[in-house]
Design a protein around this ligand. Structure first.
Ligand SMILES: *Cc1c(COP(=O)(O)O)cnc(C)c1O
Length: 450
């Protein structure tokens, strides 16, 4: 097989939409044949183009195509892939040491990340942080901590929730295929409550939707048995569902009054993605525990649970941790990511990107009755496809639009319990001109499927 084209990533990469082959090109197809023989098919791929470089708002593939990135590797490269500060920090750290294990001989980077998260998460109360590798691992640990603190076992998650693929987080996740089917039995003492889903709630407002959820929790679980409610302030995989105003605050208030730990899974919605550091800030909600991952470390694997000191102090010494949790490279990357968010005004940038996307998608919706809803905050925006004039999900149209966009060199993801949502998650490092071009490509894809 021919050698991979040598290209450096980062913002120096030419910010252009350029197709030189069909998508996927011949070299990507060769790699895909090798992959089929070598990689377990359970790991699926949105777009079988093989990356050689990424940066700013593009991903360059082995065939030399330069694709516009509306996926950010699933909301991870918020500060950009190969962001210069992240690259320098990781290189310097790798030259110093790659690992000692924080549980054996600790290092300052872990402590600095904990201090930063204690500062950045909502609320001015004393806090502590513990670091892990993945979002699922952090969600599991948030549940462990809540159980240790409350002495209760039950956990409530919501309709359409996605919290990961480990055994406990599969139980918390709502959608059967592909996440759960055939993988049971699932962890016990996990219960499900109805979410606020404005597009599908027939006008039910946020407080009323919260009352509906609380009624289910009180009658089917009982607050005295309930350790935690775990909720995504804006749902990710479930369909970029923004709950109606008042839903989250009312739920948090109820949890506080019932001695239930309120866990915000900000894995997808956190770290500047929505124009605030954490999405729950849009409604002034102060969670007891906040789970961070995805965008936290510029592409390196790192996750965290941050929360009230009294809760975080409940599990005793040695009861939390993991070999790689808070790996020094991930910590260096996280500190550089946090610096980049401040230095590059990325909260403002996320809001500006959101305004551009919502405006453009709103105009698409006005012309196309298949687009039932346009929603989101900041650089986390989606369109929900339906049969015209109804709220009946149309996953086939969403799939066709996504396929048409990808064939035109736009990396775009779908989501939703019904598979009928096209979501946009551009890196905040994407220049305006490329954002506009990406939205044009999406508009072409929508038109081509009409
Ligand atoms: C992606 C995601 C997870 C799981 O994170 P992993 O790093 O894939 O384990 C958990 N919660 C939410 C909201 C997510 O979007």
């Amino acid at each position: 097989m021919a050698d991979v084209v040598e290209v450096r990533g980062g913002p120096g990469l030419r910010q252009e939409h350029r197709l030189v082959t069909e998508i996927p090109g011949p070299r990507s197809r060769e790699w895909d044949a090798r992959r089929a023989a070598a990689v377990a098919p359970g790991v699926a791929t949105t777009m079988p183009v093989y990356a050689v470089a990424a940066g700013g708002g593009v991903v360059v593939d082995v065939d030399g195509n330069s694709l516009i990135d509306f996926g950010s590797g699933i909301a991870v490269t918020t500060v950009g892939a190969s962001a210069p500060g992240v690259v320098d920090a990781v290189r310097e750290q790798a030259e110093r040491f790659t690992h000692t294990c924080f549980m054996v001989t600790p290092y300052d980077g872990y402590v600095r990340v904990a201090e930063a998260l204690n500062e950045l998460t909502p609320g001015r109360h004393p806090k502590r942080t513990v670091l892990f590798n993945s979002g699922a691992e952090a969600v599991e640990n948030a549940v462990k901590i809540a159980r240790a603190f409350t002495g209760r076992t039950a956990v409530v998650a919501f309709d359409h929730a996605y919290h990961g693929r480990t055994n406990l987080t599969m139980a918390l996740t709502a959608k059967n295929v592909p996440y759960k089917s055939g993988f049971g039995p699932f962890a016990p003492e996990v219960y499900r409550a109805p979410l606020s889903y404005p597009f599908r709630d027939g006008g039910l407002d946020g407080p009323a939707a919260a009352a509906r959820a609380i009624e289910v929790i009180e009658s089917q679980v009982g607050a005295e048995n309930l350790a935690a409610v775990v909720i995504e302030p804006i749902q990710g995989e479930g369909g970029f569902i923004v709950p109606a105003p008042g839903f989250l605050p009312r739920l948090a208030e109820w949890a506080a009054s019932a001695g239930v730990v309120f866990v915000a899974d900000e894995v997808q919605s956190g770290f500047a993605r929505t124009g605030r550091m954490f999405a729950c800030e849009h409604e002034g909600v102060v969670p007891d525990l906040v789970v961070s991952a995805k965008g936290i470390a510029g592409g390196l694997p790192l996750s965290a649970v941050t929360g009230r000191a009294a809760i975080m102090d409940a599990p005793g010494p040695g009861s939390l941790g993991g070999t790689y949790g808070g790996n020094p490279l991930g910590c260096a990357a996280a500190l550089a990511t946090i610096d980049a968010i401040a230095a590059d005004n990325l909260l403002d940038r996320a809001r500006a990107i959101g305004t551009t996307m919502l405006d453009r998608l709103g105009r698409l919706r006005d012309d196309d009755p298949r687009i039932g809803d346009v929603r989101g905050r900041g650089a986390m925006v989606a369109v929900e496809l339906v049969e015209p004039g109804t709220t009946t999900p149309d996953a086939a149209v969403a799939g066709r639009i996504a396929a048409a966009a990808r064939a035109r060199g736009l990396i775009v993801l779908t989501c939703g319990t019904f598979g009928n949502v096209v979501r946009l998650l551009p890196p905040l490092s994407m220049p305006d001109i490329l954002l506009a071009e990406g939205l044009d490509v999406l508009g072409d894809a929508v038109a081509a499927t009409r």
